[in-house]
Design a protein around this ligand. Structure first.
Ligand code: AHR
Length: 677
């Protein structure tokens, strides 16, 4: 193993790399109050670049219980007894002295290795099992819930299983029963409607009779899922994503692609096909941070690659799968596949494209069709590796990309630049090294990540001004302003972080010529089960709330426009002078002129606009403002302190004045009819 990997092994864990060795964010400077009025000139006839429909997307990784215990509406934890401890999440229910024994049994099937043998010697007043759910179960009154179980009688007369949902004070809030257990494996199902809403319920299953039964895949789902799909996704959470109108969906990670070591890497083939044949795998965030241990964090793959593609389609977003390139997380083991053994990794990439796009007559296209989607998913891009770096990455990238391109020449390749340069063991040098390679190898898209303090985001709205307009396109695949330090558990989703991101995003948009895709990271966090903060959307078992950062993302992604146009103050683009940032775009579809502007200072600012390059402007426009009284404001389950407010503004001709309120982001939309050019 080379020196770099050894160094990383010495670093030991992502927590060390992100937490301890990371520079702490400095206390933000107090913004100076600007004086006077600023004059901004917009010329809609001067198009700087088209803004790609993919400009604002989402990055989905199963971190913070984002999927199992989150988006995936399954309420039973460890439903098929595959966790390291087969009964994790389960408790045996029995009277004192009454015999109920559980024996984890091996199925002989490596894709679903265990089932549970339950031996009931004497029922007494009841013998059964209780499941605690993920931080409890979120149960909704008046919503039918679907229960199912795979079961087989081995001996005796166990004839039925009674289901009870238990709420606070041990009250039964829902009941059902399945009958007809036979000596063959079968799935028994029932539906019942709970009488009470509870966020922290549990489920008991009671066996009627005595004897031995085998059980597996014990499952409970609410039926009010996204699009009403059986055993589907939480509708409230998907809706929040749909509201963002994302241009792409990057999945499944993130470090989860790489794994702590290669045995724990994300293998998409283990996540598709029959639900009980998907290979439960430990989630790499289970043990990553000592300060946030999550020993019950596994991946059931109820949401696997098929569901990710479907989600992208539902959202109208381009699917962007990221594939392991023979390297485990370089902040962890950094384990490498010898180059001679890379072939299965390459084949996984090739087969994935067939799964997404291939004809139904092909092996993997056929599986997609069998799963319910004969039409191709129309995948156009693939990420080769997540946060990989060093020559070992390039050595693996090259053969993998050669193979992909020789079969699928139009597939766009996304190359990594490692992690955020500020937390690299070797600093920005690693990124410089990779950029040298990418200039030679010319991937279509290069992915860069930024986890920095709010000041940095405000001060670097010009970051992409220096990038080669003729080089690869830029994907800012992960970024989030860290109020304390990278991966610090004390980071907040406060207004300072969100507004600083807004300032930075104007810089991404101003550089639409080279920046074609961007996404915040991470996306979701369970309020009781998170490992990493800040996050865009926080949820519990029943509800969710959106952060100031979410509202910033949503305002940009739903007010993008089709073309970036010229906007200047005294011949300069607006990129932080006097704490102000702005972009202008036009939307060829609606005829709207869209101006987005950010005031990061503590003072209201008068802005006078003059607009050229349009025949005329409508007499009134829509102004959407996000504003906080100070930098510390946050949202919570209880209060949406930061949320958009929409008003109508009168506009008198092509010259008009508006205010840029202190600590605010604004979006102005005015119809300009046909654009002149
Ligand atoms: O977003 C959290 C983690 O940060 C991602 O998994 C990884 O890519 C990055 O280091």
């Amino acid at each position: 193993m080379n020196k770099l990997v050894n160094q990383l092994l010495a670093v030991g864990s992502l927590a060390m790399a992100f937490g301890c060795s990371a520079p702490k964010a400095e206390t933000p400077k107090t913004p100076t109050n600007p004086v006077g009025t600023v004059n901004w000139q917009i010329d809609a006839s001067k198009v700087i670049a088209p803004i790609q429909p993919t400009m604002y997307g989402i990055f989905f990784e199963d971190i913070n219980f984002a999927i199992d215990g989150g988006l995936y509406a399954e309420l039973v934890k460890n439903r098929s007894f595959e966790f390291d401890k087969p009964l994790r999440g389960w408790t045996v229910l029995k009277d004192e002295g009454v015999g109920v024994r559980t024996l984890p049994m091996n199925t002989g099937n490596p894709r679903n290795p265990r089932f549970l043998r339950v031996q009931i010697d004497e029922t007494g007043s009841g013998a059964g099992l209780s499941n605690e759910g993920f931080k409890g179960m979120g149960i909704k009154a008046n919503v039918p819930h679907d229960f199912s179980i795979q079961v087989k009688a081995v001996e005796g007369n166990v004839s039925a299983i009674r289901i009870e949902l238990i709420g606070t004070q041990n009250k039964v809030i829902g009941e059902g029963k399945v009958e007809g257990i036979s000596n063959k494996w079968q799935t028994l199902e029932t539906s019942f409607t709970p009488t009470k809403t509870e966020s922290n319920a549990s489920m008991n299953i009671w066996f009627e009779g005595e004897g031995v039964v085998d059980i597996d895949m014990v499952s409970l789902f609410p039926t009010d899922t996204w699009k009403g799909r059986k055993k589907g996704l939480r509708a409230d959470l998907v809706q929040l994503l749909a509201d963002m109108d994302p241009g792409f969906l990057r999945f499944p990670g993130g470090c989860i692609v790489e794994g702590f070591d290669l045995s724990q890497r994300y293998q998409w083939k283990n996540t598709v096909g029959d639900i009980d044949e998907r290979v439960t795998t430990i989630n790499r965030w289970n043990f990553e941070f000592d300060h946030r241990p999550a020993p019950d964090y596994y991946q059931s793959f109820g949401v696997g690659f098929y569901e990710y593609f479907l989600l992208a389609e539902d959202l109208g977003a381009e699917p962007m799968p990221i594939i392991n390139c023979g390297m485990a997380c370089q902040f962890n083991t950094g384990e490498l596949v010898p180059l001679d053994d890379l072939e299965p990794y390459i084949q996984d990439a090739i087969d994935l494209i067939e799964f997404a796009n291939g004809p139904v007559t092909s092996k993997w296209g056929g599986l997609r069709a069998e799963m319910g989607h004969p039409e191709p998913f129309n995948m156009k891009m693939i990420g080769v590796g997540n946060e990989q770096w060093g020559p070992q990455y390039v050595e693996r990238y090259v053969p993998m990309v050669q193979a992909i391109k020789s079969k699928y020449p139009d597939m766009q390749i996304i190359a990594a630049t490692g992690s955020d340069g500020s937390i690299f063991p070797n600093g920005e040098k690693e990124i410089e090294y990779l950029w040298e390679q990418w200039r030679k190898l010319q991937p279509e898209i290069v992915d860069e990540h930024f986890y920095r303090n709010p000041d940095w985001f405000r001060e670097n709205a010009n970051w992409y001004d220096k990038y080669d307009r003729n080089g690869p396109k830029l994907f800012v695949g992960e970024y989030a302003s860290q109020s304390v330090g990278v991966a610090s558990p004390d980071n907040k989703n406060n207004w300072e972080t969100a507004l600083s991101e807004a300032a930075f995003i104007t810089g991404l948009e101003r550089n639409a010529k080279v920046v074609t895709m961007t996404s915040y990271a991470p996306l979701f966090a369970h309020a009781e089960g998170w490992q990493w903060t800040p996050d865009l959307i926080w949820f519990n078992n029943l509800e969710a709330y959106t952060t100031p950062n979410y509202h910033v993302q949503k305002l940009f992604s739903t007010n993008t426009g089709t073309h970036l146009v010229s906007m200047q103050e005294n011949g300069q683009e607006i990129k932080g002078q006097k704490g102000l940032y702005a972009t202008a775009s036009k939307d060829q579809k609606t005829g709207d002129l869209i101006v987005k502007y950010v005031n990061t200072t503590a003072a209201d600012q008068d802005v006078s606009f003059s607009v050229d390059g349009v025949d005329q402007l409508a007499k009134s426009g829509t102004l959407i403002t996000l504003k906080g009284d100070n930098f510390d404001v946050e949202n919570s389950f209880e209060s949406q302190n930061i949320q958009p407010k929409e008003t109508s503004v009168e506009v008198s001709g092509k010259e008009f004045s508006l205010s840029a309120p202190a600590y605010s982001m604004s979006v102005l939309r005015i119809n300009a009819g046909q654009f002149v050019n």
